[in-house]
Design a protein around this ligand. Sequence first.
Ligand code: BEZ
Length: 235
Amino acid sequence: MMITMLLSFSLTYLWSQEESIPQIGVEAPSFTAQSTNGKIHFPSDFGKNWKIIFSHPKDFTPVCSSEMLELAYQQESFEELGAKLIIVSTDILAQHESWKAALEEIHYKDRDPVKIKFPLVEDNNLEISELYGMIHSTENIKQNIRGVYFINPENEIRALFFYPNQVGRNIDELKRTLIALQSNYKSAETVTPANWQPGDDVVIPTLSKLDKENLGNADSDFYQLSWFMTYKKSK
Ligand code: BEZ
């Protein structure tokens, strides 16, 4: 009886460990792993950049391949935004190397082939996958879910997305989220409303007494749609 209870407790504990997903605001777990760009130490190799960890189920699959090709196409713009891309899957390094080489030959959407500069990280022992809650065992116990983790220069997780195997991610939405996070990082008093795009007006959850008194004046930077919806003009 006692042994059964202990066994059941241990299995439940192990199961919850495997499935735990780090929360927004926590420190992003550190790891060291082999990648197509050599050994990487996360986060120390990435300095004060933003980091986007992008997990995917399997190399040489069509949806994952399309995601890699779109990321490669937009890699310079992530670089310009000060963000480093890191791709993780449970496949082995040799598989990553040959998939990367094959992707670099493809004329995707009639574009010229693109060299992939970001690292494809090997996580065959599931170490990173477990640290980041990338295995959702109802989908697959050995493959990663499509996960995205946005990590700020202080190494805090600021946003996470999960998509199922059946739906490829929107790389423009990743970039929009990164820019929105960076906007709030630079100016903590402003946040971004639904469907916000760079250059749009932002939201101010609380106004100073002076700015409140100034509302309605032509020179005010702020306007209200209701007493509970205040916007700041982007100019
Ligand atoms: C894909 O990337 O095409 C894929 C990966 C895992 C399951 C189904 C599709």
